[in-house]
Design a protein around this ligand. Structure first.
Ligand code: NAD
Ligand code: DAU
Length: 353
């Protein structure tokens, strides 16, 4: 079996569902269930013995040791993190704790466990660290996309904490020989994404007739990847990636935020026309994110060349599926928009108006 951390969050839950469907191999899912973790994401696995959920904190060494000893995984896929840039600006502390100290704790527990394995198991064991393109910093309009050898230049507390975790993973390989793999992925979208991130937030606000907040001039560029493609890429890296290597994962799909928001509005106009007219009328320019990175773009040729992975979805197919999913899962959206969610909206958007 494999151990997944953060498997109740957006990408982690998609990965657990995808992994069990694709491989049938059991998963132990270890997640703290912060505001971003939600067992409803995994409801399709209720009663399925191949999914064992365990609530806990990756910073808790004794708990991680006990899990490893009890379940003896052949691999660990590490998603658990604080993941939202705006939250890291309001409160960086939890990002340092989970993303840096948590990854350190996990690496140390893994090193002890791996060190005791028999030769065959030791040889086959993998620790896959899921990271982000944001560690590379921001590109100018004519710069080449990020390759795996691009310098690390993180600009936000979130990306700095992820960069720190990447460095720890690298060092544990270099110094102790731990068989690690690191993936640096671009912006994901798809089912079960918490409505604090741009795409689900725009859908939730549009359907509620609320303003669609666009930071700055709306011309910041991201490279968007459908989450199912990210899951397939992680499977490919786990199966065939070379230990100690990093793999960039992206959608070859750069778009400014304004285009993303207008595309969602047009799809909603088609699938769920609003009584008050076109959804685009709700677009509202608000105060920019401090230190807002201008452009990310991923050069994903290494993973394609070495492992044969390419995204299956185009943005057109992926965003259509995603909008449909949110329209069909309005109960899921309503459940995650709890009191804590409303407090976050007031904190982040109240001061931008
Ligand atoms: P998310 O915020 O939706 O989910 C994070 C999960 O981690 C939650 O289930 C949460 O409960 C859990 N968690 C948080 N702190 C924990 C702790 N201390 N111990 C155990 N569990 C804890 O995040 P996501 O968007 O699914 O991102 C998953 C990973 O992928 C992160 O490492 C993130 O940096 C990386 N990533 C995300 C994107 C993206 O576009 N969302 C892109 C590239 C990389
Ligand atoms: O690039 C990978 C990263 O993508 C991941 O590592 C992060 O975990 C993930 O959150 C995401 O970071 P971004 O900051 O790019 O995503 P977000 O959805 O927060 O914002 C996308 C763009 O939209 C960004 O330029 C900021 C802008 N934005 C965002 C929000 C929430 C707005 O204009 N308005 C908003 O209300």
């Amino acid at each position: 079996m494999i151990l997944v951390t953060g498997g109740a969050g957006f990408i982690g839950a998609n990965f657990v569902l995808d992994w069990i469907a694709a491989t049938g191999e059991p998963v132990v899912n270890f997640d703290k269930l912060t505001y971003a973790g939600n067992l409803e994401n995994l409801a399709a696995l209720n009663g399925d013995a191949r999914h064992v959920f365990f609530r806990g904190d990756i910073c808790d060494r004794a708990l991680v040791d006990a899990l490893l000893t009890q379940h003896r995984p052949r691999a660990i896929v590490h998603f658990a993190a604080e993941s939202h840039v705006d939250r890291s600006i309001h409160g960086p502390g939890e990002f340092m704790r989970t993303n840096v100290e948590g990854t350190f704790t996990l690496l140390e527990a893994t090193r002890a466990y791996w060190g005791e394995l028999a030769d065959d198991a030791k040889e086959g064991f993998r620790f896959l660290h899921v990271s982000t393109d944001e560690v590379y910093g921001s590109l100018g309009p004519n710069d080449a996309p990020f390759t795996e050898t691009h310098a690390y230049e993180p600009n936000s507390p979130y990306s700095a904490s992820k960069a720190a975790s990447d460095h720890l993973v690298r060092a544990w390989h270099h110094t102790y020989g731990l068989p690690v793999l690191t993936t640096n992925c671009s912006n994901n979208y798809g089912p079960y994404q918490f409505p604090e991130k741009l795409i689900p937030l725009v859908m939730a606000n549009a359907l509620a007739g609320k303003p669609l907040p666009i930071y700055g001039d709306g011309m910041n560029v991201r490279d968007w990847l459908y989450v199912g493609d990210h899951c397939a890429a992680i499977r490919a890296v786990l199966a065939g990636g070379r230990c100690g290597e990093t793999y960039n994962i992206g959608g070859w799909n750069e778009m400014p935020n304004l285009v993303i928001v207008k595309t969602i509005c047009a799809l909603l106009d088609e699938m769920r026309p609003g009584a008050a007219g076109k959804y685009e009328q709700l677009m509202t320019f608000v105060k920019d994110r401090p230190g807002h990175d201008r452009r990310y773009a991923i050069d994903a040729r290494k993973i394609e060349r070495e492992l044969g992975w390419r995204p299956a979805e185009t943005f057109e197919t992926g965003i259509r599926k995603t909008v449909r999913w949110y329209l069909e899962h309005q109960d899921w959206v309503a459940h995650v928009q709890s009191g804590a969610y409303r407090e976050w909206v007031t904190k982040n958007y109240g001061a931008r108006e």
